[in-house]
Design a protein around this ligand. Structure first.
Ligand code: DMJ
Length: 635
């Protein structure tokens, strides 16, 4: 450690906690993404490299993606040799001021114009407020207990049936329809063809079932709710596939039956089915989707009959009893905090407040819990309402969309000043920068690691974390600091490398990163982590980058990946997950087409390749975690 490093380090030690965070964030922004304790590149290099890269990516886009046969992984856990087809790892991002900004909010001005001083206002529930909340919670339990007696009745009304409510729905809350024109260029046409190929396989072999097994030409149920069909509704609508949309709508109307004696997961059903139905309702205006949404929402309500207000993870849709997961006493933190957009939208679409009130309670409870620099453990108990001690902290599985929904709820509700959710978001991204972000020593890839037991740093990043660049640039559009944009760009580049470094040019489920110069490779993949499930997160981030900057380089990057999916995952009856991205000669087809391939991945590809980057206007719509757009409200 040189003398100057020691001096800088000691200076940091004398700063109060919040100020350290502020300083680190400033340094990250000013140094082109350099966390103070890590070496990094200079700002001037950054600009220079960006220019160079515009050229390097162009070349890449025009080249036939080269496939290299690879040696099979030797032993579990041993880093493998990964070849890097791309020389440079810096993204061609336009200068910061080219990112389209909505008018800045006062929140942003108040907060960020003051140097070195974070002034996050806490919302503390005092005793008085708590007792009011207890009374409300008892009332809500009574409403839920009554509601579950007949899920076809609107809760907390004098027996108003969903059908009667829909006959007289007020024009003030009725859906705003949107028309789409269909594909307008070669790439979009190719994506629609991929969608149709997937859909035809599903229609022929697994119609009405949750997922397609394209190789064995059959399907299987997870929840028994036609998951793929419902997840695909808005994608078909957006792609202009009218016949397919109509046929699926008829199935929803006639065959979608929630009265199933089966445990379902609250989060999965909320983001995929409730979100899919609500989105189809708002885009098409067809009330059948709202009718089904209300019934489903009612059947999910028992999850909230927990002592703490933090919902149980599972519910039986017929017996209407809820419980914790079979394998654990705890719910996943991301799951209980990724139902809010949908339940709020259900309330706003029906004028029935209880759905929103219940998820708002979850927000408040989680907000009040102690966190590690804004970061949350990945397990929370529905009985006690507390985080599990020593649980992992991660932006990947079980943690990811907690952070996403902090920002998106603020956007959904008209970006109110001093909304505690956006303040929690700001604090959490500070936490990401100071606790989880690192840069690999040789190739300087920025990545987000995990804290095992809430403490011990592990340089492991799930592909799921690749949603974060998209969320960060979306936040920046609405006034989040430039350091968020820099992190977004650096992380987008790393995620791209997790694809491009593989011989298949498809990313693995999990990547590991070097933390010292002694390690042979900066990015490596363990054999058990080498599968690709057709996940959307990186394409989602590319879409946000394109939609918010207009830079077509992101389209070219997406096109490379789309071609890789075509080459390695397309089979006669659809597309399949693969078990190994590290060997083009042994990809190990897994025979599952996940619903999010149609609900998310292909939708984001389609929108990414659009000539109209505002095909879905991000000032009017907010995507839920399963890529279902819901309307932004004014409050
Ligand atoms: C999707 O169901 C959602 O995006 C969820 O938030 C995370 N995982 C899958 C896709 O990878």
């Amino acid at each position: 450690m040189g003398i100057s490093t020691v001096l800088v380090f000691s200076w940091f030690l004398f700063l109060p906690g919040d100020q350290i965070v502020a300083e680190s964030r400033k340094s990250y922004a000013a140094g082109g993404g350099v966390f103070p304790f890590h070496a990094g590149r200079e700002v001037s290099n950054l600009q220079e490299n960006e220019n160079k890269n515009a050229a390097s990516h162009k070349i890449l886009a025009n080249e036939e993606s080269e496939t290299k046969s690879n040696i099979e992984p030797e032993a579990a856990g041993i880093p493998e040799h990964i070849e890097a087809p791309v020389e440079s790892n810096i993204l061609p991002l336009e200068t910061l001021d080219k990112v389209e900004d909505a008018p800045k909010t006062n929140l942003q001005l108040n907060r960020f114009d003051e140097k070195n001083n974070i002034n996050i206002q806490e919302i503390n529930l005092n005793n008085n407020v708590e007792s009011v909340a207890e009374v409300q919670s008892e009332r809500d339990h009574t409403i839920i207990e009554k509601a579950v007696q007949d899920p076809m009745i609107l809760p907390d009304t004098k027996g108003l049936t969903i059908d009667d409510f829909l006959k007289n729905i007020s024009t003030a809350i009725v859906a705003q329809k949107q028309h789409f024109h269909g594909a307008t260029n070669e790439r979009q046409i190719a994506v629609v063809a991929a969608f149709k190929h997937s859909w035809d396989g599903y229609r022929k072999n697994a119609w009405g079932l949750d997922n397609l097994k394209p190789i064995s030409q059959t399907g299987y149920d997870w929840f028994g709710l036609g998951l793929t069909l419902v997840d695909s509704l808005d994608t078909m609508y957006i792609m202009g596939l009218e016949d397919e949309f109509l046929e699926a709508t008829n199935w929803v109307n006639e065959k979608l039956n929630f009265d199933k004696n089966r445990d379902v997961n609250l989060f999965e059903v909320t983001i995929r089915v409730l979100g899919g139905l609500l989105s189809a309702y708002h885009l098409s205006g067809d009330k059948v989707f709202l009718k089904k949404s209300v019934e489903l929402g009612n059947r999910l309500l028992p999850c909230f009959l927990s002592p703490s207000g933090i919902p149980y993870s599972d519910v039986n849709l017929a017996s209407l009893s809820a419980h914790s997961p079979k394998w654990s006493p705890d719910s996943s933190t991301s799951e209980v905090t990724t139902i809010q957009l949908e339940f709020r939208d259900l309330s706003r679409s029906t004028n029935v407040p209880i759905y929103e009130r219940l998820v708002e309670t979850v927000n408040e409870k989680v907000h009040a819990l102690d966190k590690n620099n804004g970061l949350v453990p990945i397990f929370i108990n529905a009985n006690t309402g507390t985080f599990r001690n020593y649980a992992t902290i991660s932006l990947g599985a079980r943690g990811d969309s907690y952070y996403e929904y902090l920002l998106k709820q603020w956007i959904q509700t008209g970006r109110k000043e001093n909304d505690y959710l956006v303040l929690d978001y700001l604090r959490s991204i500070d936490g990401v920068m100071t606790q989880l972000m690192r840069r690999t020593p040789k190739e300087q890839h920025v990545f987000i690691g995990e804290l095992i037991n809430g403490k011990e740093f592990k340089p492991k990043m799930d592909h799921l974390t690749c949603y974060l660049p998209g969320t960060l640039i979306l936040g920046h559009k609405y006034g989040m600091p430039d350091s968020h944009l820099i992190l977004a760009r650096d992380l987008l580049e790393t995620c791209y490398q997790t694809y491009m470094k593989q011989p298949t040019q498809l990313a693995p489920e999990i990547s590991y990163f070097a933390v010292s110069e002694n390690e042979e490779h900066d990015i490596y993949v363990k054999p058990n982590d080498a599968h690709n499930l057709l996940r959307p997160e990186f394409i989602e981030s590319l879409y946000y980058f394109y939609a918010l900057t207009g830079n077509r380089t992101y389209q070219d990057m997406g096109w490379n990946i789309f071609q890789a999916f075509q080459k390695h995952t397309k089979v006669a009856n659809g597309y399949t997950s693969i078990g190994n991205v590290k060997n083009v000669l042994n990809t190990r087809l897994r025979d599952v087409m996940e619903s999010f391939w149609l609900g998310e991945t292909l939708k984001y590809f389609y929108l990414l390749f659009s000539d109209n980057r505002k095909e879905i206007d991000l000032e009017k719509w907010v995507f839920n975690s399963e890529a279902h757009p819901l309307p932004i409200r004014k409050h």
